[in-house]
Design a protein around this ligand. Structure first.
Ligand code: FES
Ligand code: FES
Length: 166
């Protein structure tokens, strides 16, 4: 079957899609977007997290046919040309990337969190990222990265929380 949808705002068609094929497979193998990673293929690790109509989902659990006429956003769509999204830059600057396998999913999930919560508490960050597993970092650098991204985005908006200045 043919599946027609948008990816990162771009109209996209995938042909010869098998009914049981996952969105993750379509993204990686049919439309040339391998940023979303396949680590468990059963919804356990979050490395395949993408936006579907603006909500984060595990692409390995979404059947390709479900995305017909819908909007998918992947980690490749976060950057603006050569300029990284603040979340991506914070992960780099905080040293939150080791093997990098979990990173695309964490970036999408963090991007969503910071769209919803401008000043998330540590508990809110942990809750938001609870479905994203990392085997390398011990999570502390990831927490640092999310806090850094939140602070930079607040600075950019001029909405740093009271008492956080200098
Ligand atoms: S590959 Fe989708 S949740 Fe692990
Ligand atoms: S950096 Fe290796 S799994 Fe997270």
């Amino acid at each position: 079957m043919r599946v027609t949808f948008t990816v990162n705002g771009r109209p996209t068609e995938a042909d010869d899609v098998w009914e049981g094929e996952s969105l993750l497979y379509v993204l990686r193998e049919r439309v040339g977007l391998p940023g979303s990673k396949n680590a468990c293929e059963q919804g356990e690790c979050g490395s395949c997290t993408v936006y579907l109509d603006g909500a984060p989902v595990c692409a390995c659990l979404v059947a390709a046919g479900q995305v017909q006429d819908r909007a998918v956003g992947t980690v490749e769509g976060l950057a603006d040309g050569d300029t990284l999204d603040p979340v991506q830059q914070a992960f780099v600057d905080a040293g939150a990337v080791q093997c990098g396998f979990c990173t695309p999913g964490l970036l999408v999930q963090t991007h969503d969190l910071l769209n919803r919560a401008h000043h998330p508490s540590d508990a809110e960050i942990r809750e938001a990222l609870s479905g994203n597993l990392c085997r390398c970092t011990g999570y502390e650098k990831i927490m640092d990265a999310v806090r850094l991204a939140a602070a930079r985005k607040a600075d950019a908006r001029g909405t740093a929380p009271a008492g956080s200045e200098g």
